[in-house]
Design a protein around this ligand. Structure first.
Ligand code: ADP
Length: 551
């Protein structure tokens, strides 16, 4: 009898395989980890793999079963890295919680996830002690450290990670199971309501890792030294904890000190060749390099994303520091990679200013993920580089819904997920995000791109952070307001800003006012909190007496 199936082995794609491979074939490749006090710890994949197996045994002894959620409140360091394997490797779910969230959100997230154990860095002890009475599901608290790091007057019943591991040997074989089994859980702010959980699987995580390390994407190999600056609780540090072992690349885990001087020291000492971060990290790092005259010569490539990357940042990093910026557009729901600025043959041969224009876009669709742009009537929008559309995505590492079906079904009839972003795609296949739907500015029925206004503001060297937000106008409904935070010591006046923008945009796109603030509100993942600015400045035009002239 004939069958439609091929005769190939049906081995499941499992996260444990990354570390098993690294142990066998790159066992001595180094992992460098920095703790909260700045102390560095060096070991290798062989030792990490052993400890991950010890951890799995410890968790199983504590009664953790496949599917159970194990939470972390931790920075990026070696123990957290071991948890990516020690938890997921036997089928439990690693829930990386963002410690920068508000207490109520932390409680909501841990309760919603029904986390059974919480592993925490010593610095989060006061925070956890504060919320512990409200964490009804947590059975054990474990300090990610040594027994001597537990304070004498510790307010919590606390075990420590090292003593826990010391009770077990590493005689453990990672089990095989269905590759669609959940592996990790990450909550995202979502556009409305409570944070929503994105539940990754072994299959989605593996396919995403395969796709993003290839030459057509991040272009990484075992010769690289990878540093995830994006924290492990932000979409699994953009997959770097998986890519390191999969490739046998060196891993440099920066801990919680993400200030420019600390990062620069680590890049230089450990010869980091690749890192992943949001633009605000690079704003500080470049500021530091420019002031100190220091270099980052080992850094050949940086993946920057999470919000639009200012074109001048891309140019400066490349021209002065020899670092190629691959901008990514992504979301927690996409594991997180959606698009990435890679060169096509045609773009590579363009003269410089035009090539840079392509590199400043959000990137090209990577093999494996599909994107469609729809207009308000749900019709496909032409990929002409000018007509914006709502972006929908489909692919094996895109979410199919949220944990516990929060927010209801998300896919359309053909399996596409709405991203909440609006963009254009040009004939060469490069995506340009014009806005997040919730951040869009609609003036007199016409859209104004906040991203474009911000990029123009970033071209002024005095500007550290820029946000264009919609403020209320009785006639036009909304008008753009440009909110700027300048570099320390820099000065700039409204007229200069207006003059700078006037040359670039149609008159009706120009902000009705420019305000300077010292305290740009930031989200827990390093993005500007535009919702706060919108409510703070909602009535700015009337309060500043600008309604007569506005619009
Ligand atoms: P949060 O909603 O908490 O910010 P995410 O990190 O998942 O969580 O954010 C994803 C969103 O970030 C995307 O939908 C998009 O709006 C924005 N984004 C990500 N990368 C870029 C980029 N390169 N340019 C512009 N916007 C981006």
């Amino acid at each position: 009898m004939s069958s439609i199936y091929g005769l190939m082995q049906d081995r499941p794609l499992l996260i444990s395989q990354f570390l098993t491979y690294a142990e066998a074939y790159h066992g001595g490749r180094e992992i460098v980890s920095r703790d909260g006090d700045g102390n560095e710890f060096h070991y290798d994949y062989r030792q990490a793999a052993r400890r991950a197996r010890q951890l799995a045994k410890a968790l199983i002894r504590l009664g953790i079963k496949p599917g159970d959620r194990v939470a972390t409140l931790a920075a990026s360091h070696h123990r957290h890295f071991e948890m990516f394997y020690g938890v997921s490797g036997f089928g439990a779910v690693l829930h990386t919680v963002n410690p920068r969230l508000h207490d109520d959100q932390l409680v909501y997230i841990c309760e919603h996830a029904e986390d059974r154990i919480l592993f925490l860095d010593p610095e989060f002890l006061p925070l956890v002690a504060r919320i512990a009475p409200r964490l009804t599901c947590i059975e054990h608290f474990v300090l990610l450290g040594d027994s001597d790091e537990i304070p004498a007057d510790c307010p919590l019943p606390l075990n420590d990670y090292e003593s826990m591991l010391a009770c077990f040997d590493d005689d453990f074989a990672w089990p095989d199971f269905d590759e669609r089994t959940a592996s990790s859980l990450c909550y995202t702010s979502g556009t409305t309501g409570n944070p929503k959980g994105v539940l990754y699987s072994h299959r989605s995580t593996s396919l995403h890792a395969f796709a993003i390390c290839q030459n057509a994407a991040m272009g990484l190999s075992c010769l690289d030294a990878l540093m995830p600056i994006a924290p492990m609780y932000h979409a699994n540090a953009w997959s770097l904890p998986y890519l390191g072992p999969m490739l046998g690349a060196k891993l440099v885990l920066p801990g919680r000190r993400l200030d420019a001087e600390s990062l620069h020291g680590l890049i230089e000492r450990e010869q980091v060749s690749f890192c992943a971060a949001v633009p605000t990290i690079f704003i500080s790092l470049l500021d530091y390099l420019e002031r100190s005259g220091k270099r980052i010569d080992s850094l050949r490539k940086a993946t920057i994303g999470g919000t639009a990357v200012p074109p001048d940042m891309i140019k400066l990093l490349r021209d002065k520091y020899g670092c190629f910026v691959a901008q990514v557009w992504g979301m927690t729901e996409l594991s997180p990679l959606g698009t990435m600025t890679t060169l096509t043959h045609a773009v590579a041969s363009l003269p410089e200013p035009e090539r840079l224009r392509f590199l400043a876009l959000q990137g090209r669709v990577q093999f494996g993920l599909e994107i469609k742009l729809l207009d308000d009537a749900g019709q496909r929008v032409a990929h002409d580089g000018t007509t914006p559309g709502a972006m929908w995505v489909r692919g094996p590492w895109a979410a199919a819904g949220y944990f516990k079906n929060e927010g209801g079904p998300v896919l359309d009839g053909e399996g596409w997920m709405p991203t909440g972003d609006v963009g254009t795609i040009n004939p060469e296949g490069y995506l340009r995000i014009t806005d997040r739907m919730k951040d869009m500015i609609k003036s007199g029925g016409e859209w104004i791109s906040s991203v474009d206004l911000e990029n123009a503001a970033y071209a002024m060297p005095e500007v550290r952070l820029a946000a264009a937000v919609a403020v209320h106008h009785p006639r036009w409904d909304e008008r753009p307001l440009l909110v700027l935070q300048l570099h320390p010591g820099a000065s700039l006046d409204k007229e200069t800003v207006r003059h700078q923008l006037a040359g670039r945009f149609a008159k009706w796109w120009l902000p009705d006012d420019v305000v300077f603030i010292d305290d740009m509100p930031m989200t827990a993942t390093g993005k500007i909190r535009k919702a706060d600015l919108r409510s703070r400045f909602a009535d700015h035009l009337s309060q500043a007496g600008l309604l007569e002239t506005a619009g």
